[in-house]
Design a protein around this ligand. Sequence first.
Ligand SMILES: Nc1ncnc2c1ncn2[C@@H]1O[C@H](COP(=O)(O)OP(=O)(O)OP(=O)(O)O)[C@@H](O)[C@H]1O
Ligand SMILES: O=c1[nH]c(=O)c2[nH+]cn([C@@H]3O[C@H](COP(=O)(O)O)[C@@H](O)[C@H]3O)c2[nH]1
Ligand SMILES: NC(=O)CC[C@H](N)C(=O)O
Ligand SMILES: [Mg+2]
Length: 505
Amino acid sequence: MEKILVVNLGGQYAHLIARRIREIGAYAEIASYDSVLEVAKSDEVKAIVLSGGPASVYEPNSPDLPVDLLYLGKPVLGICFGHQWIAKKLGGVVERGKGEYGKTMVRILSSDPLFEGWEAEEVVWMSHSDYVKEVPSGFQVLAVSENGYVAAMRSGHIYGVQFHPEVRHTAKGVRLLENFVRKVAGIKSVWVPEEQVGKIVEEIKARVKEGIVVVGVSGGVDSTVTAVLLHMALGSRVKAVFIDHGLFREGEPEKAVQLLRSIGIDVLYIDARERFLKKLDGVSDCEEKRRIVGETFAEVFTEVVAGIPNAKYLAQGTLYPDVIESGAVKGADRIKSHHNVGGIPSWFSLELIEPLRDFYKDEVRRIAKSLGLPDEVVYRHPFPGPGLAVRIIGPFTLEKLEIVRRATKIVEEELDRAGLLRKVWQAFATVGEDKWVGVKGDRRAEGYIVTVRVVESEDAMTADWAKIPHDVLDKIASRIASEIPHVTMVTYAITSKPPSTIEPC
Ligand SMILES: Nc1ncnc2c1ncn2[C@@H]1O[C@H](COP(=O)(O)OP(=O)(O)OP(=O)(O)O)[C@@H](O)[C@H]1O
Ligand SMILES: O=c1[nH]c(=O)c2[nH+]cn([C@@H]3O[C@H](COP(=O)(O)O)[C@@H](O)[C@H]3O)c2[nH]1
Ligand SMILES: NC(=O)CC[C@H](N)C(=O)O
Ligand SMILES: [Mg+2]
């Protein structure tokens, strides 16, 4: 398979670059910068993209790559930090400038395959303070910004752009990436996630020659697709297990198990509620909550597998972002450890099977659709593995758990009634420790503050708070404060991601 390597030089946007390339229908993978040269030499790798990153190339400990990467004869596109790194490495000059942030005009100076379909002037999105003062010898300046900075440069098959084509605000960014992939790198193959099903099934068959695979299912689209693929490959040698950790939404375990059974997946329901809740009692730290859930999942899975004769593997619906966000790829910062990746304890010894580890959520939804799964599964909102535990800020208590559970139900009911639930990426409630003085029935009543969070997103890498109509918010707020005891204030979270994240914890 022809692939493009996206080298992560520390930017959260490396992900977005890979996603955009896949949207174009070419296959991209993220690589860490310290081991990229060997990987890049493989025949499958047809082109290399160097991401942005927070460091400055003239700082002593900034990420560095072997210069040989530029002499493999494969097209290279440096973006922002990547662009500056190419300039510096090949003898140009990079300095601190005035900085350009947000939408900026650039002028294209000469026609080039990279800019096919671009007008002479276009809007791009910038986020840099360093700039390329002098391009290396042999390089041509292809574009300049309205502030006179080098916006794009080229020498042979090596390109650098100061702006971010992967960000939606760059008007023709996708077109530029497409030009790089198809025109500059000449990649012809078209990568369609649905068409990978046959290959995934064959890979599972080749790996699991004998024995039983236990697959963890949560009712979400990722684990449901995982279970269906395993079932296609192994038939009755798959055993699905649903662990009830007591951190689900109201009625969710029953619904999930019923739905899985209705599509032909035989599920074993394990009630582990007491065990999880006991361990979480009083725990405040977010990462500690995640660690406890991960560890307890690992314990329960180990016991379940031990109890099933001839069970040899544990399968999970791990996705690519879980792997990246858990900091499992060098160069990427650990944002949150997903229980199924970063949260796995060191003693855990079951062999893992993760057929969707290279896929993004929207790709998994496409696969789910092509497998004929019901819309209820395909379009189900993501729900974090550690469940409502990550929606409780500060000490974990059963009281707060109950508040979050009831408030989330109200949020979902009201959005559904307004026809908005399906249209948003996620919608839920959270609760913290802060109190607000209220008055209920003429009495002073100090109560909790519930924060409602509704976001729109394409892939959870970035998200916007949803502009829900005031009357719907009003209904949600008044129901939460009147129906749930000890709640005296409801707030609506209006910070997008970044700089915030979707879940509070
Ligand atoms: N309660 C659970 N019981 C069994 N396995 C679970 C449970 N929760 C999570 N897992 C396993 O861990 C993996 C990652 O959890 P995650 O929360 O992403 O679930 P998911 O199925 O991907 O659902 P979603 O679509 O909501 O993301 C799942 O794919 C599944 O294999
Ligand atoms: O399977 C999961 N296990 C987790 O530990 C986890 N934490 C966050 N999420 C979901 O991931 C997306 C991004 O979340 P954040 O913006 O809060 O990081 C959002 O869709 C979150 O709901 C998780 N999913
Ligand atoms: N987004 C980036 O890659 C920034 C690169 C570099 N740190 C700058 O500020 O210019
Ligand atoms: Mg998931």
